[in-house]
Design a protein around this ligand. Structure first.
Ligand SMILES: Cc1ncc(COP(=O)(O)O)c(C=O)c1O
Length: 391
């Protein structure tokens, strides 16, 4: 399914508070913190000339977040960044003076961090990031997982010393449960989704993601003409769309937000003209995108800067994992987990449809940017879907 953005706010400027968080200054703040991380490295930007020729576009570039900070997904940029930032803010408050990132491991700051517990709900990757951040600073992490989260993904979070808490129902139910319990216990919720009255922290999580766009713009010769990004609650799509719009202005790319058809919360919101819940049915294979309620901040941004919304099917997501694993036409191998290649799956579907090509002005001169948002973060599932066997 496909929709051009016809919202009355489409192409209106972002709200000042969103522009402040997601622009060049925000990305610079994130990158300044990243340079203090031991395992920080710019992730690769791959060219896929073979696939570009096959799809009849000029170029496809894939930012490969499978290599991010040892966590295997772009989510490493959000949760852990915010945990570190909040510890520094709290230390400054308690010590009554500014506290620099270089002091993060000092006894005074470690003592402050030790008194803090960070919590969140997760499909897998965001919780890993919050838990990694908490371990780095010496704080506690309490991570809520719903019944669909695999044992492998739970173990990968627990490895960082986090307390794991099982919640009934969907991802969205686990978000509500994390907020409820954290309120009782005095834990700080570092959520990747936002709701009325809870915007600052998820905005900063999204600010973390803008670092991947800032890196990409430096890695590219020319900025992209088209961008396709996958949607869970919409945080990554909104962060990428907003950063391109703020940095490139009138030269900003055509932006397409891509949902799984089984969990199409942003697509359904675009169709309704306001944030709505999508119907809950069979879970999608795109496990990290299995979210039924959009982030309020993400919706506010995408209603302004997304140009189109579309959905892809589970088989499209699996096909793209396989295409990236066994490329043709001289393309490099890219390891993409179930949710990693979904933006690219959107491009492949749009490029194959003459009407959509025309609507999006996709042609042989287009330079398309997509994000491989995760590597094989669930190795068993990857092996099953790409090699047809258990790992
Ligand atoms: C690998 C991967 N891709 C995409 C997403 C979607 O991000 P968002 O929920 O910010 O839309 C997630 C979210 O967890 C993810 O882990």
């Amino acid at each position: 399914m496909f929709l051009l953005n016809t919202h009355p706010d489409h192409r209106k400027p972002l709200l000042p508070e969103d522009a402040e968080v997601l622009g060049a200054a925000g990305a610079a703040t994130v990158e300044a913190q990243l340079r203090h991380r031991a395992n920080y490295a710019v992730t690769p930007l791959h060219d896929l000339p073979g696939l570009a020729a096959q799809l009849g576009v000029g170029a496809i570039q894939v930012k490969d977040e499978g290599h991010r900070l040892g966590l295997g997904s772009f989510k490493a940029l959000g949760g852990s960044y915010v945990v570190v930032r909040l510890v520094l803010e709290e230390a400054a408050r308690r010590l009554g003076r500014p506290v620099d990132i270089a002091e993060l491991q000092s006894p005074d700051v470690r003592a402050v961090a030790a008194s803090m517990t960070f919590s969140c709900a997760t499909d897998g990757n965001h919780g890993r990031s919050v838990a990694q951040g908490a371990q780095l600073v010496g704080a506690q992490a309490a991570i809520f997982v719903h019944s669909g989260v695999s044992e492998e993904r739970i173990a990968a979070i627990a490895r960082f010393g986090a307390t794991m808490i099982r919640a009934e129902g969907t991802y969205d139910d686990s978000v509500a449960e994390a907020a409820r319990v954290s309120d009782e216990k005095g834990w700080i919720v570092v959520s990747d989704t936002s709701w009325p009255g809870y915007e600052r922290i998820p905005g900063l999580v999204m600010q973390g993601y803008t670092a991947l766009v800032a890196e990409s713009l430096r890695q590219m010769k020319d900025p992209p003409t088209h961008v396709f990004v996958q949607v869970g609650v919409g945080g990554i799509a909104a962060a990428v769309a907003a950063h391109f719009a703020l940095v490139l202005g009138e030269r900003r790319p055509v932006f397409v937000a891509v949902d799984p058809s089984r969990a199409a919360c942003m697509f359904e919101s675009a169709r309704a003209g306001e944030p709505v819940k999508a119907a809950v049915g069979e879970p999608t294979v795109m496990a990290m995108l299995d979210c039924y309620e959009p982030s309020l901040v993400a919706w506010r941004i995408l209603s302004r800067v997304a140009d189109a919304f579309m959905t892809v099917e589970d088989e499209d997501a699996v096909a793209v994992m396989n295409r990236l694993a066994r490329p043709a036409g001289g393309d490099p191998v890219v390891v993409a987990g179930e949710s990693g290649g979904v933006g690219l799956a959107g491009l492949i579907a749009a490029a194959a449809d003459p009407a959509l090509r025309a609507q999006l002005k996709l042609d042989a001169t287009s330079r398309v940017f997509v994000v491989n948002t995760e590597g094989a973060t669930d190795p068993d599932r990857y092996a099953e879907l790409v090699h047809g066997k258990a790992a």
